[in-house]
Design a protein around this ligand. Structure first.
Ligand SMILES: *Cc1c(COP(=O)(O)O)cnc(C)c1O
Length: 395
C-alpha cells in the first residue's frame, strides 16, 4: 500500500454496466450533442422521481427508458444546471435577491455556498455552526436576524443553510425560525444526496434546494448541478434564466439579464448512468464511515441522534485542542492519503473580512482540530485500515 496507490477523498466512479457510456452514445447517435436534449429532460425526471420518492424500477435497469414513460412529479421539480454554484445563484435570483440585500449564510462551508450572494450584488452575513450538526446554528440564526433588523431596518432577504459533509442541518428549527420571520430558505445540499433528516431526503428542505454533480460528489455528471423547487413555474423560470433569458419570439428578445447555466445533454447522460449506482454509492460511503468508526472510535463525527441519517459523503475526525492538523495532513499525504483540514470558515477568509458575522467559536475550533478522510467509491476496506493505522501511529 502507499507507493503507486494514492487514496483520494472522493473520486468519481462510473457504473460497472457502462450505463453512462450508453446514454452518451445515444446522444451522439441522435446528434443531441447540445446543451439540451432528451438526456437532460430524462435526468430531471429521474431526479424528480427520486426526490418525490416514487420508486420506478425501470430507472435502475438501463438506458432504454423514455422521457414520456415517466409521469410528471407532484411535489419537487428539478432543473439540471451546469453547477451547484449556478443553481445557488439562480435560487437567489428566483427569491428576488438583489443589490445591497443581506443574505444569511453558513460560515462553515465551501466558498460556493456564499459567493453567489456576491454575484447578485448582495451581501453575505455569516452565521456560525452548532456543535451537534456542524451546520448553521438555529440559535445564532435568530440572534443574527434580530440584530440585522435592528441595525439596518431591513429583514435579511434569504437564508442559505448547508448539509455539510452530508450531515443534515437542524431543519426543523431553521425552517421554524425562517417561517416566523418570513424569510425564504435555500438548502445547499451539494454534499447531501441520500442523507435524511427525520426520514425526509435532503434536497427537499427550504424553499429551494441545490445539488452538485461535481467530480467529487456522491454522483457526478463530470461537472453539474441541480435546482430543486416546489412548482413547475419556478422550474421554468430557472431554465429561462439559465438559457440567456430569451423571450418567446422568433428574433432574439431580451427583457432581463440571463446566464449560460444549463446542463449539457452529454453531462446529463453521465448523470442518468450515475443514477443507477446512486444507492450503491451512498451505501459505500456509509460502510466506509462505520469502518472508520470501528477503528478510530470517538474521533469520528457521527449522527448526533436518530433524527439524522447522514450519507457520510466524507468521514471527518476531530482531535484535541493541541493537535496539529497541518502536520497530520502532511504525514497522511506523504503516505499517499489525500487528507485535508475541515473547511476554513468564510468569516476567517480575507475576501470576506468586512462581512458581518455572528460567531460562537464552533467553526474556528473545527477548522483547527479536524480533518476529512478518503470516503469515496474507490476507497476499500484495506485503504480504511491503512489510513486508521497511519492516524493512530501519528499520535
Ligand atoms: C461542491 C460544493 C458546492 C459547489 O458545487 P459545484 O457543482 O462545484 O458548483 C457548493 N456547496 C458545497 C457545500 C459544496 O461542497
Amino acid at each position: 500500500m502507499g507507493e503507486n496507490h494514492r487514496i483520494h477523498l472522493c473520486l468519481a466512479k462510473m457504473s460497472d454496466t457502462g450505463a453512462e457510456q450508453r446514454y452518451i452514445q445515444e446522444a451522439f447517435d441522435t446528434n443531441w450533442v447540445a446543451p439540451l436534449g432528451p438526456n437532460v429532460d430524462a435526468f430531471e425526471k429521474e431526479l424528480e422521481h427520486y426526490l418525490n420518492e416514487l420508486k420506478v424500477p425501470e430507472l435502475v435497469e438501463g438506458p432504454t427508458i423514455k422521457t414520456g414513460a415517466l409521469t410528471s412529479s407532484t411535489t419537487f421539480h428539478v432543473a439540471a444546471l451546469s453547477s451547484c454554484t449556478a443553481a445557488l445563484h439562480l435560487a437567489l435570483l428566483l427569491l428576488g435577491v438583489g443589490r445591497d440585500d443581506e443574505v444569511l449564510c453558513q460560515s462553515f462551508s465551501f466558498c460556493a455556498s456564499s459567493n453567489p450572494v456576491t454575484y447578485c450584488g448582495a451581501k453575505p452575513v455569516f452565521v456560525d455552526s452548532e456543535k451537534d450538526t456542524w451546520n448553521m446554528s438555529p440559535e445564532l440564526l435568530e440572534v443574527a436576524i434580530k440584530d440585522r433588523i435592528a441595525k439596518t431596518g431591513c429583514k435579511p432577504k434569504a437564508i442559505i443553510a448547508v448539509d455539510l459533509y452530508g450531515m443534515p442541518a437542524h431543519w426543523e428549527a431553521i425552517e421554524e425560525i425562517a417561517r416566523r420571520y418570513g424569510i425564504p430558505v435555500i438548502e445547499d445540499a451539494a454534499n447531501a444526496m441520500g442523507s435524511r433528516y427525520k426520514g425526509r431526503l435532503c434536497g427537499t428542505f427550504g424553499d429551494i434546494a441545490t445539488f452538485s454533480f461535481n467530480g467529487n460528489k456522491m454522483i457526478t455528471t463530470s461537472g453539474g448541478g441541480a435546482l430543486i423547487c416546489h412548482d413547475e413555474t419556478a422550474k421554468r423560470r430557472s431554465i429561462f434564466l439559465a438559457t440567456q433569458a430569451r423571450e418567446n419570439a422568433l428574433h432574439y428578445q431580451h427583457e432581463v439579464i440571463g446566464y449560460n447555466y444549463r446542463m449539457s445533454n452529454i453531462s446529463a447522460g453521465i448523470g442518468r448512468g450515475q443514477m443507477t449506482v446512486l444507492e450503491k454509492h451512498i451505501a459505500h460511503h456509509k460502510h466506509v464511515h462505520y469502518l472508520y468508526k470501528e477503528l478510530l472510535g470517538d474521533l469520528v463525527k457521527d449522527n448526533p441522534n436518530s433524527d439524522y441519517d447522514s450519507n457520510f459523503w466524507l468521514t471527518t475526525v476531530t482531535f484535541g485542542k493541541d493537535a496539529d492538523m497541518e502536520a497530520l495532513c502532511k504525514a497522511l499525504n506523504a503516505a499517499g492519503i489525500e487528507a485535508r483540514p475541515l473547511w476554513k470558515p468564510m468569516h476567517m477568509q480575507p475576501v470576506y473580512k468586512d462581512a458581518p458575522a455572528y460567531i460562537n467559536g464552533v467553526s474556528e475550533t473545527l477548522f483547527k482540530t479536524g480533518i476529512c478522510l478518503p470516503s469515496g467509491p474507490w476507497v476499500s476496506d484495506e485503504d480504511v485500515k491503512f489510513i486508521a493505522s497511519k492516524i493512530k501511529s501519528h499520535y
